[in-house]
Design a protein around this ligand. Structure first.
Ligand code: ZN
Length: 269
């Protein structure tokens, strides 16, 4: 992509992230793949609402600086996504409050409650916690990157990616909007899941229309098993998000166990 155009776009999307409260202070980071070897990314310690076009960092795919600006310390997750997904040319990471509430509560955004979300985004899995700006974070994301276009990072935030920056931003926006609706419908007594045959139809449509490929049929979508649609990515069925308890001990739960525990807690048992 043309470098000047990429600079303009990153500053514009940074402002939107800030204005929509998806980030505060110097949170979040955005990048674009310029060509085979170069990434342009938001600089470290800068508000996304107040960036300048000439303040952006350029690195190679290993994160080595190619100009005099320092890229965000969370660049590693962007580089991981570019390496694992040749179809992806832009990454948007932020801490949108509703999506991040799911991440803090240890919950994926995967209830089949909105037809358009199934069509355009698919489910958003929860990846395990990793200290920001260390390799722990990208390690915990690794198994999920191929099969999803947006991820929640436990106790941290969200990342979405796309063929271009607008698609990445739109996916992040859909993630946040879905999380908000899920939380609001909970306040009204709980959302109804779409019927299984409706989900099956939506998945067929999205694959025929090319919105999402079969790669998006991940087992983290608890509902896929029930519909009889399989994604064939067995290697990730046994991934369990690691949830740390306040006493410092660590426990591993499957999504089902987690939901069971949460509903027990909600019912005061
Ligand atoms: Zn972050």
């Amino acid at each position: 992509m043309d470098e000047l155009e990429a600079r303009k776009l990153i500053v514009e999307v940074g402002k939107l992230l800030y204005e929509r409260s998806y980030v505060v202070s110097s949170d979040g980071n955005v990048s674009i793949r310029l060509d085979e070897n170069r990434i342009i990314a938001t600089p470290t310690m800068t508000s996304k609402g107040r960036m300048s076009e000439d303040g952006l960092a350029i690195t190679d795919l290993e994160g080595k600086p190619l100009n005099d600006k320092k890229a965000s310390s969370e660049l590693a997750m962007h580089l991981l996504i570019y390496k694992l997904r040749p179809d992806i040319n832009a990454v948007c990471h932020a801490h949108p409050p509703h999506g991040t509430a799911f991440a803090a509560a240890g919950m994926a955004i995967d209830a089949p409650i909105l037809s358009e979300v199934i069509l355009t985004l698919g489910c958003v899995p929860l990846t395990g916690y990793g200290t920001p700006s260390t390799s722990e974070l990208s390690e915990s994301m690794k198994p999920f990157v191929e099969h999803h276009n947006a991820l929640l990072m436990a106790n941290h935030g969200a990342v979405a990616y796309g063929e271009d920056l607008w698609q990445a931003f739109d996916r992040l926006e859909t993630l946040e909007h879905t999380a908000k609706i899920a939380i609001l419908s909970r306040a009204l007594g709980g959302a109804n899941d779409l019927p299984k045959d409706a989900i099956k139809k939506l998945i067929n449509i999205r694959e025929k229309a090319g919105y999402l490929t079969e790669a998006a049929r991940c087992q983290s979508c608890g509902y896929l098993e029930e519909t009889g649609i399989s994604c064939g990515h067995d290697e990730i069925t046994n991934i369990k998000p690691e949830i740390s308890k306040t006493n410092g001990a660590k426990f591993l739960f499957t999504r089902e166990e987690l939901i069971e525990l949460l509903s027990q807690a909600a019912n005061g048992r």
